[in-house]
Design a protein around this ligand. Structure first.
Ligand code: F6R
Length: 608
């Protein structure tokens, strides 16, 4: 979503701020801006469109050795220069960048206007600058900042500067991430570690309710009530900062091809093949409570929700624990019935998704044990859950999630075996599962070798008006994921449906204009799927089948077939999703869209 970068130090700030913003581009945005204090006066430059446009507008104009910058993704007021951040107060003494949403901004604005403040934008953010200005009538900048925060309701990551005190960046966090980067004689602040450039080795994550004063020589973190907080400094993991395309045309393609490695990384040190067991160090602290749980509820959104749906089959089938999956955005408002014997599992690539975070908070307030399956280390969900297992997929830059999905499936598979181990999972079955998991990365390589023929198919079907994705049992969630991928990046209506439900209505859609992508691996529902496929063909529909290698019966029937290697039934989704990712990718390329930053979407959805 929106991105924040701040710098204060010994060097000209402009280059750092622009480079930081560029590193946040993948999150999605519509406008950008910078603010700095030059010769005692606030200077703000903003533009719509890409960061490159801002850079051009900035031209050779020097900023000082401090400043803040922002990429905006519109929430209040359309994308425009006026609405772009940073926002200033009436007398242009205070500049503010903000991620999140101020829920009570309208009432605040009315009351500030009554006190004579003049607003220039339609944003919720501008009230923050005016509130600080109002408080500065009687208090210095730092104190005024904290007073202003107390009036805000909603979610925020805020950084502010004032021409009254150009030696400081002030920052505050509530439900929207901020991290401080510690350099030598220079300090950074950003909404995402990837935006911290320069020679930074250690970082500090701000927590909700904390306010930071960042100056050239260091930082000071306090609560809203001015109580000092001792913060842990952690080492900055460099690979998060150097996400390059490595010669691939798009990050999405690179990330699809990274899956054999990311899947291996997810299992590293956790899959004990010779012993036929699984070890999950991240859950050790809650082992005793895990033994007592009677029920699992998975909460997640989008692609992570689809992973959760596969997880439901895995956890019930392997560990024998009743499991439900719910979209976090629904769960949080449903008054869910959970207790101390319920395990709530949050799945999230970013670890910052507002709905999933809220669901976890709701679950915790009712006494549930919470664990996270999260990719971004140190993210809010990973910090707020009782324990967790990181995906270790590495940075996922493309907005459309691919490798995170298969890594989530890796962790869910490990979790199912781990929980099953204490609940009578037969050692023979455990060994079979563990061996099948160990074989997956190599099988992924085999699927990826099909990329060329999938590209040919995508070319053939790129101009379809409608796609149907059909699967059953373990592969129903894969169908949903395939449909989501093509909607997101190729902007074509697509529906994921359980094959068995077709005859209850959707089969009426079938004619030559609809392409059905059917997941029909050799599994326990193979025959049922086969008749489903025949029914579609009989009604003049076209079918691209994803089938198990060597299945000539399907090849003969379907209009086109893509083969995946044979694995045990429960792991078919891990392989069958890859052709669907590639198909969506090549269709979108064929249609000429912006693959890594699809319209209207953001990588991390930190607002409701
Ligand atoms: C789809 C996609 C989204 C995310 C969803 C949850 O490609 O990226 O649907 O999966 O917004 O995000 P996380 O996993 O970060 O909680």
């Amino acid at each position: 979503m929106c991105g924040i970068v701040g710098y204060i130090g010994q060097r000209p700030a402009a280059a750092y701020l622009i480079e930081g913003l560029k590193r946040l581009e993948y999150r999605g945005y519509d406008s950008a801006g910078v603010a700095s204090i030059v010769s005692g006066k606030l200077r703000i430059v903003r533009s719509i469109g890409k960061v490159a446009a801002l850079e051009t507008k900035l031209g050779g104009r020097a900023l000082s050795r401090m400043g803040i910058a922002h990429t905006r993704w519109a929430t209040h007021g359309k994308p425009s220069v006026r609405n772009a951040h940073p926002h200033a107060d009436c007398h242009t003494k205070v500049a503010v960048v903000h991620n999140g949403i101020i829920e009570n901004y309208q009432e605040l604005r009315i009351s500030l206007e009554q006190r004579g403040h003049r607003f220039r934008s339609e944003t919720d953010t501008e009230v923050i600058a005016h509130l600080i200005e109002e408080e500065m009538k009687t208090a210095p900048f730092e104190q005024a900042f904290t007073y202003a925060l107390k009036a805000l309701r909603g979610a925020y990551g805020i950084v502010a500067i004032s021409s009254d005190d150009p030696t400081k960046l002030l920052a505050a966090r509530k439900s929207s991430p901020l991290v401080i980067g510690i350099g030598r004689g220079e300090m950074f602040i950003a909404s995402d570690v990837s935006a911290i450039v320069g020679d930074v080795k250690r970082i500090v994550y701000l927590d909700d309710g904390e306010v930071a004063t960042v100056s050239q020589g260091g930082y000071d973190v306090r609560t809203l009530n001015h109580r000092k907080r001792e913060k842990d400094e952690v080492e900055l993991e460099r690979d998060w900062m150097v996400a390059e395309r490595d010669g691939y045309q798009h990050f999405m393609l690179k990330e699809i091809f990274e899956q054999p490695k990311s899947f291996t990384d997810a299992m590293r040190g956790r899959l004990l093949v010779r012993e036929g067991r699984v070890r999950l160090g991240g859950l050790r602290a809650v082992e005793t409570r895990l033994r007592r749980i009677k029920r699992i509820v998975i909460v997640s959104c989008g692609t992570s929700y689809h992973a959760g749906l596969v997880g439901e089959y895995l956890l019930e089938g392997v560990a024998g624990i009743p499991t439900e999956v719910e979209m976090a955005s629904e769960f949080r408002y449903r008054k869910p019935i959970i207790d101390r014997k319920t395990l709530v599992v949050a799945i999230s690539q970013s670890g910052e998704t507002a709905d999933t975070l809220a669901a976890i908070r709701e679950a915790k307030s009712q006494g549930a044990l919470t664990i996270g399956i999260v990719n971004v280390v140190g993210s809010a969900i990973s910090r707020e859950t009782d324990a967790g297992v990181y995906c270790h997929a590495g940075p996922e830059v493309s907005v459309a999630s691919t490798k995170a999905f298969t890594s989530q499936l890796a962790i869910l598979s490990l979790l199912a075996v781990y929980l099953g181990q204490g609940r009578g999972l037969a050692p023979k079955l455990a060994t079979k599962i563990v061996k099948a998991l160990a074989a997956i990365p190599k099988q992924m390589e085999e699927v990826l070798q099909e990329a060329k023929s999938i590209k040919v198919l995508a070319k053939r079907y790129a101009q379809q008006d409608h796609y149907l994705y059909l699967g059953r049992k373990y592969n129903f969630p894969t169908a949903l994921e395939g449909a989501l991928k093509i909607k997101e990046i190729a902007y074509v209506p697509a529906q994921g449906y359980p094959t068995g439900e077709m005859k209850h209505g959707p089969i009426a859609l079938i004619d030559a204009s609809v392409l059905s992508v059917m997941l029909v691996p050799r599994d326990s529902v193979y025959e049922k799927n086969f008749s489903g496929l025949e029914e579609i063909l009989a009604r003049g529909g076209k079918v691209v089948a994803i089938a198990t290698a060597g299945d000539l019966a399907i090849k003969k029937k379907a209009t086109d077939t893509i083969f995946i290697p044979k694995t045990i039934e429960m792991f078919a989704p891990i392989l069958s999703v890859i052709p669907l990712q590639l198909f969506a990718y090549f269709v979108a390329v064929e249609r000429g869209y912006d693959i890594d930053q699809p319209r209207n979407l953001a990588k991390s959805v930190t607002v409701e």
